[in-house]
Design a protein around this ligand. Structure first.
Ligand SMILES: NC(=O)C1=CN([C@@H]2O[C@H](COP(=O)(O)OP(=O)(O)OC[C@H]3O[C@@H](n4cnc5c(N)ncnc54)[C@H](OP(=O)(O)O)[C@@H]3O)[C@@H](O)[C@H]2O)C=CC1
Ligand SMILES: CC(=O)N[C@@H](CCC(=O)OP(=O)(O)O)C(=O)O
Length: 336
């Protein structure tokens, strides 16, 4: 399987490079960048010295291989994907451009996306819930990092909770914001610091609602509050919802995720931590029930650049290619 990565110099791009090294049938053929095109990969990432030898190229659709991963900022793939599909490529887009209906995307991202007919071609790549559709897709909209952690954590509970009562309190490491320098992610601003951001207007809100609606008969209305935590990798979501039907939630989750290799349902009432999934494609989930408030409380953790981006993208590629979905992804988290 010959691979091209567009946006290879970003954090998700370089994570794709790391993970694809463990893949038995994938081979990186070309890496494309934008402002850093023309440099050797090792000039941008010296940790890959003697491991990957590539010159970063300026994008040319003709030069892309059969499998294309787009790890570019929002707005870029909306323009590139139509010509990649036209050229017969199989495309996995890590950005938000193909995840939402046009109007919803444009109002939450404040930019234009592709036209309706191209948007219709995309399959939402959350394998634990949409594997069948992914098998036949030519274009995957790889889920966002927060939506992956939140939807995997809440989906099994949807029939038994009030969909309008959901509160998602999420914390992300700084790599979620990408590699470009910014004041918000500057060491002096993030270290020993902790803050909420984009309260009531984060672009992942409609994506989480859309997924929870697709996996149930419910119309959720969520409160989603992201926070920036002083760590490099990881997302932890603590999620609250009012219980409408008393069931054994541990059993409900066990049944929902049986045979799903990357979901690790932890003991009821336990406390998954971000380091326990760091560098891996696992999503660890624990359910708690608070009888005093009649609320379900779910904790879910992922590595934002692996299950939240590059790892999930490779899981999708495996499914599209008819391989076992775990191919090249069965390594342990990096601990401590
Ligand atoms: N970081 C994360 O945890 C997650 C990220 N994502 C999504 O994945 C995508 C990539 O994110 P991330 O890796 O963090 O981003 P980075 O900012 O780290 O990297 C962006 C990459 O895109 C390239 N690029 C920038 N502008 C253009 C352009 N106009 N045309 C082509 N290439 C361009 C850059 O190239 P150069 O260096 O040469 O300028 C760089 O390789 C985003 O859409 C993001 O939302 C999704 C889930 C999680
Ligand atoms: C910590 C941090 O800044 N995280 C980013 C995650 C963005 C992302 O993944 O963007 P998509 O919308 O393309 O999925 C954010 O909150 O915007």
């Amino acid at each position: 399987m010959n691979i091209s990565i567009i946006g290879a110099t970003g954090y998700s791009g370089v994570e794709l490079i790391r993970l694809l090294q463990n893949h038995p049938t994938a081979k990186i053929k070309s890496l494309f960048a934008s402002s850093q095109a023309g440099l050797d990969l090792t000039e941008v990432y010296p940790h890959l010295t003697n491991i990957e030898q590539h010159t970063l190229e300026e994008l040319d659709v003709e030069k892309t291989a059969e499998w294309v991963f787009l790890a570019t900022p929002s707005g870029v793939s909306a323009k590139l994907v139509p010509s990649l599909l036209e050229a017969g490529r199989k495309v996995i887009d890590l950005s938000g451009d193909f995840r939402l209906p046009k109007e919803t995307y444009e109002s939450w991202y404040n930019k234009e996306t592709a036209n309706e007919s191209d948007l219709q071609k995309a399959v939402y790549g959350l394998p634990e819930w949409f594997k069948e559709q992914i098998q036949n897709a030519q274009l995957i909209a790889n889920p966002g990092c927060y939506p992956t952690a939140a939807a995997l954590g809440l989906a099994p509970a949807m029939p038994y909770i009030d969909p309008k009562s959901i509160i998602i309190d999420a914390k992300s490491g700084v790599s979620g914001a990408g590699r470009s320098a910014s004041l918000a992610t500057h060491y002096g601003e993030v270290n020993e610091n902790f803050a909420a951001y984009r309260v009531a207007n984060h672009q992942h809100t409609p994506e989480i609602e859309q997924t929870l609606q697709r996996v149930s008969e419910q119309q959720p209305l969520i409160t989603f509050t992201p926070h920036l935590a002083p760590m490099t990798r990881g997302i932890l979501c603590t999620m609250y919802a009012t219980i409408t039907e008393e069931v054994d939630f541990q059993e409900v989750y066990k049944a929902a995720y049986e045979g799903k290799p990357f979901i690790r349902l932890r003991a009821e009432g336990s406390y998954p931590r971000t380091k326990e999934v760091s560098g891996s494609n696992y999503c660890d989930i624990a359910v708690h029930v608070d009888p005093r408030t009649n609320r379900l409380i779910v904790i879910s953790v992922i590595d934002n650049v692996v299950k939240g981006a590059a790892g999930q993208a490779i899981q999708n590629m495996n499914i599209m290619a008819g391989l076992d979905e775990t191919t090249g992804l069965t390594f342990s988290p990096l601990y401590p």
